[in-house]
Design a protein around this ligand. Structure first.
Ligand code: CAA
Length: 692
């Protein structure tokens, strides 16, 4: 199969790129395009050219797998230069996504016709690189400097309507964009319009302060990342220098960034997410359809989960026996959708459809025609067992039951049911309708059909769904528990919350351990601790700083005070009363506080998690390191530019990890710090979690 074909339609030459799955600009595509352009130039019957794509999308960018390998000729910028230099007008026909090198290619065409559902963007910065083929100097000539900065440094694609408004697209088509582009080319010929080269357009005027403002903005929104700042540099150069010089500068910066550790980590994150969301042996064809869902329990989690289904167009029966709780849940859902309409996120018709698809009830019977029911009641084995039995009694024999438990044993929950093969876990994260991560849990007796169904469902709900095994806290919370333990131990040993949080934020987490606790509610953390006291070590039980803070009625952001105090705008400040409480607590318990370095804080937080991750892999609770990295990137704010905990572990090296873990064992005991056998084996053999 040829990656690029070219046919004549009347006097319009239609060049089609066909390089599944996403028409990436691989070497065969670049060479094919160059050849097709040469043919078109020399062919007298060709008066205009349309560049279109086969399959589901326009060119979605460079082939990311080729990054880091020696570049093969021709370079994309050479191909784009040839297209732009064409004496005959060239029209891009864009459907699906025109991303990265794909949008750069389209910007090199003289005109762009877009499908009304198309997405256009320069997401390179999300991969730690920048557009390397003239994307920024061309985009700012078409759409202005501000828009170019937003798209390139911000990395978010825009829709067809916005592209038209910004001057990036010339026309849009409701259907058959290729036919519309051919018609557009014919009109150009009829009107005597020729090539319109983007590089020849004047650079729009802009205030010099705009760059510094953008730099500051991206320093906040993309903290610690190099690529967005490099985009600002290239935009500045594009305004100050010739087109050719700015393209050359962009290429130089691209080459420097593509080899950087950040780009390697971000590329890893891209592929890890695609691997993790496709567990082995669960083909999508085996998934049962979910036409109607049930949710039992209308607290915060149940309400959020119900919205996940409604947002995906799946009708929901919401069961809650407490009338007040049910009414409050329906009100929350209604308010969320009204707010979405007010903010222009959804139309009134969508609001009506979603609200109309919700059936609130106090009875279990209406669950009878649901294909899947999610249980989201109080986290208590006895309560959950009873609720699951009531659900099963009212369900069709083939319908599935998913529990949203965050740490109870799913196998024990399923044990008393008649059809344990239909029972799975779906661990949503709060707020469920917003958080991307979904830990799907395979029970010992869950059927492959049940598992394939929840994986397919996760995708339909727009989640990053990762399959995990039964374990206390599954993958994410189990690793977090290790970090949490160390954070509290460090408070009694000598650190303060603001120091621990600063270190975690400087590493790249959006917030630190104690900010997170305050956000989620200290009563939640306290209840969780109380329910687990029998499983905690004597030192963990004795480490009661949280108990003392909660006893003062400080429950976190919701009460205006927790580890920090908050004003009415939820602005956080350090509270000396908390520092005193921590120091007094240590004195009373005879602990001599010492200075704890930032380096120690970071190591103890990260290495405790990594070691647990290694155990999780050995036990098969996670099947692959990619699963763990994906969970931490999407559910816990692990900085994407560091690739995830297991990728980061490889950067540190197993030998160093084992050495530091032994060091902390010498201080705190092997009970907390024993290198996982997998790490020891890696240290011995020189391996890592990923092949080098
Ligand atoms: N290079 C290589 N493979 C790619 C790819 C790319 N640019 N984009 C997608 N793929 C692969 C995926 O890995 C996946 O492969 P498997 O089926 O083997 O897992 C397959 O294509 C389908 O991808 P998705 O599962 O993501 O499909 P989707 O329909 O959900 O999304 C998409 C499609 C919106 C195009 C999405 O894949 C995407 O955002 N891709 C990345 C786009 C991007 O970042 N482009 C810029 C690249 S950098 C660049 O272009 C700079 C330059 O020129 C030098």
């Amino acid at each position: 199969m040829q990656a690029v074909t070219s046919t004549l339609s009347g006097n319009i030459r239609v060049i089609v790129i066909d390089n599944p799955p996403v028409n990436a600009t691989s070497q065969a595509v670049r060479a094919g395009l160059l050849q097709a352009m040469e043919q078109a130039a020399g062919d007298d019957d060709t008066r205009a050219i349309v560049i279109a794509c086969a399959g589901a999308t326009f060119v979605a960018g460079a082939d990311i797998k080729e990054f880091g390998k020696p570049p093969l000729d021709p370079h994309l910028s050479q191909v784009i230069h040839a297209i732009e230099s064409s004496a005959k007008p060239v029209v891009a026909a864009i459907h699906g996504s025109a991303l990265g090198g794909g949008l750069e290619l389209a910007l090199g065409c003289h005109y762009r016709v877009v499908d009304a559902r198309a997405r256009l963007g320069l997401p390179e910065s999300t991969l730690g690189i920048i557009p390397g083929a003239g994307g920024i100097p061309r985009l700012l000539r078409l759409a202005g400097v501000e828009k170019a900065l937003d798209m390139a440094a911000g990395g978010k694609p825009i829709g067809a309507a916005e592209a038209l408004e910004a001057g990036l697209a010339d026309a849009s088509a409701q259907e058959d964009v290729r036919a519309a582009a051919i018609a557009y080319a014919q009109r150009l010929l009829a009107e005597g319009q020729g090539a319109r080269r983007t590089r020849e357009l004047p650079v729009p005027a802009c205030e010099p302060q705009l760059f510094e403002a953008a730099r500051a903005r991206f320093q906040v929104s993309h903290r610690g990342q190099l690529a967005p700042q490099a985009c600002v540099d290239v935009a500045m150069c594009s305004v100050a220098s010739s087109f050719e010089d700015s393209v050359a500068y962009g290429r130089e910066r691209f080459r420097e960034l593509v080899a950087s550790p950040q780009a390697q980590a971000l590329r890893h994150a891209f592929f890890a997410e695609r691997i993790a969301t496709k567990p082995a042996g669960l083909p999508a064809e085996d998934a049962a359809p979910v036409r109607k869902a049930g949710v039992v329990g209308a607290g915060t989690m149940g309400t959020g989960i119900a919205m996940c289904f409604l947002n995906a167009g799946i009708p929901v029966v919401l069961v809650e026996q407490n009338e007040k709780v049910l009414a409050s849940s329906v009100e929350t859902i209604g308010k969320t959708y009204s707010n979405d309409v007010a903010k222009g996120r959804i139309t009134e018709a969508t609001q009506r459809a979603r609200s109309g698809a919700l059936t609130p009830t106090q009875q279990y019977e209406p669950l009878c025609d649901c294909d899947l029911v999610v249980e989201a009641v109080f986290e208590d084995m006895g309560v959950k067992r009873q609720v699951l039995a009531s659900i099963e009694e009212n369900l069709r024999p083939d319908a599935l039951i998913a529990t949203n438990t965050s740490f109870l044993d799913i196998d024990a929950l399923a044990a008393d049911l008649r059809r344990p093969e239909n029972v799975v876990g779906m661990h949503f994260f709060s707020p469920a309708h917003i958080m991307k991560l979904l830990e799907n849990v395979r029970g010992a007796r869950s059927s492959p059909r049940a598992l394939a169904t929840i994986q397919a469902l996760g995708k339909r709900l727009g989640k990053v769904a990762v399959m995990v095994g039964v374990s206390d806290g599954f993958v994410g919370n189990r690793m977090l528990a290790r970090r949490t333990r160390e954070c509290y131990f460090m408070l009694e040993e000598g650190a303060l919350p603001e120091q621990v949080d600063r270190v975690l934020c400087e590493f790249g987490f959006p917030m630190g351990q104690f900010q997170l606790n305050d956000l989620a509610g200290l009563d939640v953390a306290w209840r969780n601790r109380q329910s687990r006291l029998d499983r905690l070590s004597p030192r963990e039980v004795a480490c009661n700083i949280l108990d003392e803070i909660v006893a003062e009625g400080r429950l976190g952001q919701k009460t205006g005070a927790g580890f920090y105090t908050y004003d009415t705008q939820r602005k956080r400040s350090v509270d000396p009363a908390i520092s005193e409480l921590i120091v007094r607590n240590a004195e009373r318990r005879g602990i001599r506080r010492r200075e704890i370095s930032d380096g120690e804080i970071l190591e103890r937080c990260l290495y405790a998690m990594i070691n647990e991750g290694a155990l999780i892999l050995e036990e098969g609770v996670a099947s692959r390191p990619e699963d763990i990295d994906t969970i931490w990137l999407n559910g816990y704010g692990f900085p994407r530019f560091r690739g995830g905990p297991m990728f980061h572990a490889d950067q540190i090296g197993a030998a160093r990890l084992c050495e530091r873990i032994r060091h902390y064992a010498s201080l705190a005991g092997e009970q907390y710090w024993t290198p996982a056998p997998l790490l020891l084996a890696q240290a011995r053999d020189g391996g890592g979690f990923y092949p080098r």
